[in-house]
Design a protein around this ligand. Structure first.
Ligand SMILES: [Zn+2]
Length: 70
């Protein structure tokens, strides 16, 4: 039945969305850990300025150690 197939795919989609949520959560936890480590072990962030390309590119600051943006 095609309806069963749709149901099956919807279940699969839900599972994958769940997995994405979990992965996103893991990424933020690890990111936070990296940022904390930078502050604790390296005595704070070491920001370097970057300029976006283009005529009206904005300047932004990225930590050379952990990659966090200011
Ligand atoms: Zn840092």
């Amino acid at each position: 039945m095609l309806k069963d197939k749709i149901q099956e795919l919807q279940n699969k989609k839900c599972d994958l969305q769940d997995l994405i949520r979990k992965i996103n959560n893991d990424i933020s936890v690890i990111n936070q850990y990296v940022i904390d480590t930078c502050v604790e072990k390296c005595g704070g962030h070491n920001f370097e300025s970057y300029r976006e390309s283009g005529l009206y590119g904005e300047t932004f600051y990225v930590c050379k150690i952990c990659g966090v943006e200011e």
